[in-house]
Ligand binder design. Structure first.
Ligand code: C2O
Ligand code: CU
Length: 518
């Protein structure tokens, strides 16, 4: 039984506008469990969702329990104490580890002075556990609690974060590793490496950053810039904004990605640490190490390299690819990659350079004696072969079979800096009708980027195949003026967000609902 009243379209839009997007997180889903334009939708609490969940459990699968306590914390950035919100006292929330087919039961105790939620990024889980306030659940009240309980069907590297406002740009993220019960360990050790761009507690909160981005559009002091599209000014210095939320007098462009970001960050972190006080990853020479890389940043793509080493990419967004060796790897926000390295002897900087921005995160790989490299060291590998994950090929066992799409949705990505808004098909989330799909269909999404900025486009609840190489992913970088098409099978009923994983873009409109119709 689908829940919720049938609403007419006008009521729907009114309710949507007041619930999700643009910082609003109160109330229940508008279309979730409801009707859109006379079409009945599959709601998060429908029978179809419960049936799918039953099919996901692995016989003999275990139960993994965890508690998350989002709360105000103090982060020590090499002596600078910053107040923020996190799941742990320092750095990322605790690692959650399960095996494919296990049941996860995660209790969330919200000690933040704000509502929150937890989204399980990349996991093809039951729709009512997807963690999108206003769509799949009510927000978790300040002081409130909520239990997430779902089966994780596919092995891989995932992460969790709030789907509430710009909370992701604080320390509210953690990694979820789902192990493959059938996998034979072809590596000796495993490291988790989480990348982040950092501003909170340094004089501005992420909410301040968002407010200043939006205020720019409201002020008439930008002389002649008003209404200009990002397409015309992707790399232009922003007069009057020096050192503020915008690029200031810097030009933030990347030869690979175009406009490199909207926010200037004072710090870039690896596992919660700045380069001046880096985390040390210890191993022994000649060990084969699997590094699970997660880009948990809000506005920054990273170019990752390990000095003196080559990286062999084996997985992206959890799914295996034809192993591909490279010197450096670019990861957009929300993307993950598993790479294997064979360790040399000594001390080596693992560097995540903020693509197109200047500044970097750094960790140390130590297998022997050697001095600590300077925090600004730049491994030569960063400027050799550079790989973008969309270029990877799916490994045979996870490749989507050849099938013509039953349905095509075109998502034209647009936006402007003044006013600061990001759009899909010319509209912001609060004004966008859901994109309808049906269970059993092969669906193609065509991301058409008309801006001069890259957008890491993320789909909830499914892992698509990038048309071309076929790499299975849930987040794919769409570079300026390019089109990236992705295919997926509609096999997970419910209401699913599709959005840019630049959190400032998503929050100001670049998000749409992909809705299963009943
Ligand atoms: Cu990691 Cu809807 O996002
Ligand atoms: Cu974007």
């Amino acid at each position: 039984m689908d829940r919720g009243p049938s609403l007419n379209r006008r009521q729907l839009l009114v309710r949507i506008a007041g619930t999700v997007g643009l910082a609003g997180t109160a109330g229940v889903a508008a279309w979730a469990g409801g009707v859109f334009d006379g079409t009945r939708l599959v709601g998060p609490t429908s029978d179809a969702v419960a049936r799918m969940e039953a099919a996901r459990r692995r016989a003999g699968g275990g139960t993994v329990t965890a508690t998350l306590n989002p709360r105000p914390v103090t982060l020590d950035l090499d002596g600078q104490q910053v107040q923020t919100w996190g799941y742990a006292e320092s750095g990322p929330g605790s690692l959650i580890r399960a095996r494919a087919g296990d049941l996860l039961r995660v209790e969330v105790l919200n000690s933040l002075p704000a509502t929150t939620s937890v989204h399980w990024h990349g996991v093809a889980l039951r729709n009512d556990m997807d963690g999108v306030p206003g769509v799949t659940q009510d927000p978790i009240a300040a002081g409130g609690r909520h239990t997430y309980e779902f089966t994780a069907p596919d092995p891989g590297t995932y992460f969790y974060h709030p789907h509430s406002g710009v909370q992701l740009d604080r320390a509210l993220y953690g990694v979820l590793v789902v192990e493959d019960p059938r996998e034979s360990g072809r590596y000796d050790a495993e490291w988790i490496v989480v990348l982040d761009d950092w501003v909170d507690g340094t004089g501005r909160t992420p909410d301040d950053v968002l407010a200043s981005l939006q205020a720019m559009g409201g002020h008439g002091d930008m002389g002649g810039m008003s209404g200009m599209n990002h397409g015309d000014m992707g790399s232009m210095p922003m007069p009057g904004m020096s050192g503020m939320a915008m690029g200031g007098m810097e030009t933030m462009t990347s030869p690979l990605l175009g406009g490199a970001g909207d926010v200037t960050y004072p710090h870039y972190l690896i596992n919660g640490r700045v380069p001046g006080a880096p985390v040390t990853l210890s191993g022994r020479p000649r060990q084969r190490v699997r590094i699970r890389l997660v880009n948990a940043a809000s506005d920054t793509a990273f170019r990752v390299a390990l000095d003196g080493h080559r990286l062999t990419v084996t997985h992206t967004d959890g799914f295996p690819v034809t192993p591909t060796t490279t010197d450096a790897l670019v990861l957009g926000m929300g993307e993950r990659a598993d790479v294997t390295v064979e360790l040399g002897d000594g001390v080596f900087p693992l560097v995540a350079a903020a693509e197109g921005k200047g500044g970097q995160g750094m960790a140390l790989v130590r297998t022997g004696v050697g001095g600590v490299p300077n925090a600004t060291v730049r491994p030569a590998e960063l400027d050799r072969r550079v790989l973008i994950t969309a270029a990877l090929k799916a490994s045979d066992d996870v490749a989507l079979d050849n099938r013509r799409p039953d349905r095509l949705h075109r998502l034209v990505l647009g936006g402007s800096m003044m006013p600061y808004r990001w759009t899909i098909n010319g509209a912001t989330f609060d004004k966008l009708d859901p994109l309808l799909i049906k269970q059993g269909e092969r669906v193609r999404l065509e991301f058409v980027n008309e801006t001069t900025m890259f957008h890491p486009m993320h789909l909830h609840g499914h892992t698509f195949a990038v048309v071309g190489g076929g790499a299975r992913k849930d987040t794919v970088i769409v570079t300026p003026k390019q089109t990236v098409s992705v295919d997926f099978d509609a096999d997970n009923p419910g209401q699913w967000m599709t959005h840019c994983h630049n959190i400032y873009h998503a929050e100001t409109g670049m998000m749409i609902n992909l809705a299963y119709q009943a």
